[in-house]
Design a protein around this ligand. Structure first.
Ligand SMILES: CC(C)(COP(=O)(O)OP(=O)(O)OC[C@H]1O[C@@H](n2cnc3c(N)ncnc32)[C@H](O)[C@@H]1OP(=O)(O)O)[C@@H](O)C(=O)NCCC(=O)NCCS
Length: 261
């Protein structure tokens, strides 16, 4: 068995022994979230099984973690670190014929540009400079890996957050991100409404239609998820950007009560 090296890419051979588990346990028709929990459980069970097998071969149960355990546990952690926030196929099945946004040269979620990949957020993106990009939008703060992971797991459980990123795969760095949040209503016959948040493209990648691609993708996704409308708040200087994407200024006033910065 190949032991994984920390920091290796998900597609690296280090994880290859785990990948058949994920393929084997991906059952058609089941939601991604369910499959993620199922895979997590399977991986933990396989670690425990391996330990029991080892201890029965070597005699009495050994309390300490073996070298093999460490390798399997690290591989499991790496696999979970690359688990997407939501089912990536949602981004591939969008109905672009209903969008009035055009791209020149043509780009799409499947092909956002040379060396670029558009995909759901993964826990490992913390180490790919996610906060460096977010800090170009606002005070992003300093977070530990544990804080980030806890937040990621929380928002994944809700099933209502669609955080997308663009990764420059040559650099292994996140260069753009945007978020769609689904809000559930009692009004409008128990409707859903989408909100676009945290749209930011790294300054070195601006002007390549990535901002347009992210917002257009999330707008179509909200429609696919049956939202009756999608809204956002933006600075005056960005109004023209969103108008180009089919958004119109609302007569309503944005109000707030700020408790912390
Ligand atoms: C606003 C932002 C997301 C735009 O991203 P981008 O990738 O540079 O923009 P794109 O290349 O997709 O531009 C798409 C179109 O909008 C135009 N555009 C881009 N930014 C614009 C702006 N601030 N105002 C008006 N038009 C703008 C482009 O000229 C382009 O026009 P075209 O289609 O006619 O050629 C990016 O500048 C950014 O991250 N800014 C800092 C963070 C921020 O303010 N985010 C918005 C929070 S609401």
């Amino acid at each position: 068995m190949t032991l994984p090296q920390s920091g290796a890419h998900p597609a690296s051979p280090a994880l290859s022994f785990c990948l058949p588990i994920s393929r084997h346990h991906r059952l058609p028709g089941l939601g991604w979230h369910f499959q993620y929990r199922r895979l997590k459980k399977t991986l933990l069970l396989s670690v425990r099984f391996q330990r029991l097998k080892d201890s029965s071969l070597k005699g009495p149960m050994i309390n300490s973690t073996t070298h093999k355990d460490v390798g399997v546990i690290r591989a499991c952690e790496m696999l979970l670190d690359e688990m997407p926030l939501f089912d990536p196929s949602l981004l591939q099945d969008l109905d672009w014929s209903s969008s009035k946004v055009s791209f020149s040269p043509p780009i799409s979620p499947l092909n956002p540009g040379d060396g670029l990949v558009l995909r759901p957020l993964r826990p490992a993106d913390l180490d790919r400079g996610l906060y460096k990009v977010l800090s170009q939008l606002t005070e992003a703060g300093d977070v530990t890996k544990e804080q980030f992971r806890a937040k990621f797991d929380h928002i994944k459980r809700t099933g209502d957050y669609y955080v997308v990123v663009v990764e420059d795969t040559n650099l292994g760095q996140i260069v753009a991100t945007a978020t769609l949040i689904i809000e559930h209503k009692f009004i409008h016959a128990c409707a859903k409404r989408g909100r676009v948040e945290e749209v930011v493209v790294s300054d070195v990648c601006r002007g390549k239609q990535l901002g347009k691609l992210l917002v257009a993708t999330l707008t179509l996704l909200s429609k696919k998820l049956q939202c009756y409308k999608i809204t956002l708040e933006c600075a005056e200087k960005n109004v023209e950007f969103y108008k180009k994407l089919g958004y119109t200024a609302s007569a309503e006033t944005y109000m707030q009560c700020r408790f912390f910065n």
